[in-house]
Design a protein around this ligand. Structure first.
Ligand code: HEM
Length: 526
């Protein structure tokens, strides 16, 4: 219903509509006629006849049981018949086109009024505003819809992202940005740094849909760097523009059923044809994010000289089947079969037998991206819990009046803050170190942060379920983001492991300690 048709009413007028056959209620200054809807109400008809509801203000009753988005659904929006004259809605929509949340600890300090940051500049802030607006308006609605229907992110979203060069920016700073107009010219390619990239990664995961988030080119973030850094000029000239324009898709295909991410245990083979012009690739790959719709596969293969990375295109002999995981099919997670696939040798990425170098070259960056998203997702859970503890009443008092609930909130806030602050420090180091320095000095730091962050995330998920109770394990309604997070968060702890998808967190921690031990001064003694 268009707003011009809505009536301006007084509370006294609304109070007249207080019977079963004529039933109005007020929610946040808007007046709803629920007479006919009452019998269709998913929460039952009787609730509308409770003594403090008919003809009265039901704002508190409503928000202790429903998310704001319920009122935004077209079928419910049209129940509105008027608004209370002289009153304005007081409740902010949770997704408010680019706005910064006013809920304490819902944003990192650099975005909160009155706080200061040694790292982020005015330029970063302008960039963040534009990126958030873009994600709120273009990506969030598609994320919610696709997460439900399990389809891949809409092509229109990929296209819009390409228009502002988001696919290219997600590859981080570098030569691939040259000549591009980033975010409508908000940042020059040579000025784009890891803080800009952090902003993009963190804004993306605010859509709260883990499967969709990965469907949104996660395969490109890990599958394209080997092409960018190790592909021939001809290969790059053909593949990179197609992928960064969101028209064709790429994924990283390393892990196998029997080998996890153990590159030396891989069984997918690549053998040369007699004339030496082609590879023949045969084998299977498992858990391949975006594999379902990938046109290109960056494949780890066993070759005569050891381990080699080869770009395989979707041609005859390549088959992809969906794998059902704890998150939605929107991620396009695939089981991939290569059956005698003929690939030109020009598609070799890096040296033959030098595949481990190709893979390791992106590990730090990949793990750092995971830290960015893990930090932001935890914060989103903090916001959900802060709101719930504030608006939910149990035994006549808000949840936040209970010390046990406050203790859980305190722990999750402390975790979110510590992860973000460590991350910002590391990002600053990345901005100021050469690639080689980063490899030497930051591999351990990033490994520790990745381990710490995903452990914090799992603890926060557990605490959040306790705060939300049954709703924390219910896929619709108030706790839907908590249920989703709790179901999907273990995946984060498995990603980016060092050659092992089992106990990846421990492997990462160990990597950091081993690197630290190598750096011990020879003369250090107690
Ligand atoms: C325009 C007004 C209302 C609309 C459109 C509406 C819509 C809905 C919807 C869609 C659900 C399903 C759960 C969800 O998706 O969140 C629901 C559940 C429910 N509603 Fe309403 N509702 C309205 C007002 C009210 C009021 C005023 C009360 C209480 C006095 C109420 C009590 C409930 C209850 C108890 C549930 C079940 C909640 C649960 O399972 O956790 N509703 N409502």
């Amino acid at each position: 219903m268009a707003s011009k048709e809505l009536k301006a009413l007084t509370r006294e007028e609304v109070a007249q509509h207080n019977s079963e056959s004529d039933l109005w209620i007020i929610i946040d200054s808007k007046v709803y006629d629920v007479t006919r809807f009452r019998n269709l109400h998913p929460g039952g008809a009787s609730v509308f006849l409770e003594e403090d509801i008919p003809g009265q203000d039901a704002t508190e009753a409503f928000f202790s049981l429903h998310r704001y988005e319920v009122l935004e659904r077209p079928q419910y929006k049209r129940l509105q018949v008027g608004y209370i004259q002289g009153e304005e809605p007081q409740i902010n929509p949770p997704i408010d086109s680019g706005a910064i949340s006013k809920v304490p600890y819902a944003e990192p300090t650099w975005l909160v009024e009155g706080y200061h940051s040694p790292y982020f500049t005015e330029g970063h802030r302008k960039f963040q505003i534009a990126v958030r607006k873009f994600f709120d308006e273009v990506v969030y609605p598609d994320a919610q819809a696709r997460e439900l229907d399990g389809k891949r992110p809409s092509q229109s979203v990929f296209d819009k992202m390409a228009e502002v060069e988001l696919h290219a920016m997600r590859m981080g700073p570098g030569k691939h940005l040259k000549g591009r107009t980033l975010m409508n010219g908000l940042v020059k390619p040579e000025e784009f740094d890891y803080f800009h990239e952090l902003i993009i990664s963190q804004e993306l995961c605010r859509c709260g849909s883990r499967g969709y988030g990965d469907g949104m080119q996660a395969g490109c973030v890990i599958g394209l760097p080997p092409v960018l850094n190790f592909g021939s000029e001809a290969l790059k000239a053909r593949v990179v523009p197609e992928v960064l324009s969101g028209k064709r898709f790429i994924c990283l295909a390393i892990s196998e059923a029997h080998a996890g991410s153990d590159v030396f245990g891989l069984q997918t083979t690549a053998t040369k044809t007699e004339d030496g012009k082609h590879w023949i690739v045969t084998g299977t790959k498992k858990w391949i994010t975006n594999g379902m719709w990938a046109d290109y596969f960056t494949v780890g293969c066993k070759t005569e000289d050891g381990f080699t990375v080869i770009l395989v295109e979707r041609v005859d002999g390549v088959e992809t089947k969906p794998i059902k995981t704890s998150y939605s099919p929107a991620a396009g997670t695939a089981f991939v079969t290569f059956d005698n696939v003929k690939v030109p040798v020009e598609n070799t990425l890096g040296e033959e037998g030098g595949g481990i170098f190709v893979m390791l070259s992106n590990f730090n960056h990949e793990r750092w991206v995971m830290c960015c998203t893990s930090a932001r997702s935890q914060r989103m859970i903090v916001e959900e819990c802060m709101k719930w503890a504030n608006q939910r009443k149990a035994f006549g008092k808000p949840l936040n009046s209970q010390a046990v609930v406050r203790a859980k909130l305190a722990a999750m806030i402390a975790r979110a803050e510590s992860v973000q602050n460590w991350l910002e420090n590391l990002t600053y180091q990345m901005c100021n170190m050469s690639y080689k320095e980063q490899a030497n000095k930051l591999a351990g730091q990033i490994a520790f942060l990745k381990m710490y962050s995903t452990r914090c995330a799992q603890q926060t998920a557990t605490d959040a379920v306790q705060i939300f109770g049954g709703r924390g394990v219910t896929q619709t309604g108030m706790g839907r983001f908590i249920e989703h997070y709790h179901r999907t968060v273990p995946f984060d702890s498995l990603l980016g492991g060092a050659n092992c998808k089992d106990a990846a967190e421990d492997v990462l921690a160990d990597l950091g300690v081993r690197q630290a031990m190598r750096g011990m001064p020879k003369n250090a003694r107690l």
